[in-house]
Design a binder for this molecule. Structure first.
Ligand code: AMP
Length: 282
């Protein structure tokens, strides 16, 4: 496994691999690796000859009052996890990624302005900047992202389309704890008791799916679920939408997504469930 700290190191490595006609898969992360990240590596290995993981805690996607300083960093443990698993790890510093500073405004498109984009407007702005820069440095054939951050996935797909990048975007299913709680680096902030409470998010999303599949009226189901969520969390949003467009479900919808974001104390949790529309749920 080759460690690259400088852009030029990864550029040279990737150039060599491209010359050898290797297919290169890329997984951007902020470190603090868990099974969710590792599942994306498994997908990458099936798709490509060479697998690159980046570890970069991106300051551009944190608001001033967010947790940039205390975001869990565990580089040594991460490298042990990656050692036998990937071909290279790219670990740039902020100067390497943003030699000209961070842009204040980047167009994240309609999909980036709703849901999480409303509550955390800086987030997609910063995320899209780093992904575009990383893509231009690493030049992979395929990049893999988790469905846990479903809106992020759609924003990235849109960016790739807008910029006509020849990078295939693949996604991996959400990996969960036994309790149903979606794995996340930020779960480290949760006490044992909070982690138990947090599992209610998935339980309630599962209930919504069940009711929607029973043809119950979405507005009614949503109201019930919102009431239930508020027993445990401060609700940011709960939506039942078309999974391709993140707009209201129509006759043309083929996949439905239930998405929610909630706060448990100061920890923000997001989760979603995607399923095929079997009937007319409008
Ligand atoms: P992060 O390090 O949190 O920026 O995440 C890096 C990548 O891992 C993103 O594409 C995430 O969507 C993905 N990811 C994070 N948690 C999970 C999970 N529980 N299951 C699947 N993918 C995940």
């Amino acid at each position: 496994m080759k460690l690259c700290y400088q852009n030029i190191q990864i550029i040279d490595l990737v150039n060599d691999w491209h010359k050898q006609d290797k297919i290169i898969a890329f997984i951007p992360t902020m470190g603090g690796l868990h099974q969710g990240h590792l599942s994306l590596i498994d997908i990458a290995k099936q798709k490509a000859d060479k697998v690159i993981v980046s570890i970069f805690v991106n300051p551009a996607q944190f608001d001033k009052n967010e947790d940039l300083d205390r975001y869990p960093r565990s580089l040594n443990a991460d490298l042990v996890e990656l050692e036998e698993n990937v071909d290279s790890v790219f670990i740039p510093n902020v100067k390497q990624i943003y030699p000209n500073g961070i842009s204040k405004y980047v167009d994240v498109g309609m999909i980036g302005r709703i849901l999480c984009g409303k509550t955390r407007p800086y987030f997609f702005n910063g995320m899209i900047q780093v992904v575009e820069i990383l893509f231009k440095i690493v030049r992979p054939n395929v990049a893999i992202f988790g469905q846990k951050d479903y809106q992020q996935l759609l924003v990235i797909k849109q960016m790739v389309k807008n910029l006509s990048l020849d990078i295939y975007i693949e996604s991996g299913e959400i990996i969960r704890e036994k309790s149903g709680l979606a794995m996340s680096t930020r779960n480290q902030y949760l006490s044992e008791n909070d982690a138990k409470i947090a599992a209610n998010l998935y339980r309630i999303l599962t209930y919504v799916k069940h009711e929607v599949l029973q043809n119950k009226k979405i507005d009614v189901v949503k109201k019930m679920a919102e009431f239930d969520l508020k027993q445990y969390f401060k609700l940011d949003y709960l939506e039942v939408l078309d999974a391709n467009t993140l707009k209201q479900i129509t006759d043309n919808t083929c996949q439905i997504i239930i998405l929610s974001a909630v706060f448990l104390g100061s920890v923000r949790l997001i989760d979603n469930i995607i399923f095929l529309k079997r009937n007319n749920y409008v």
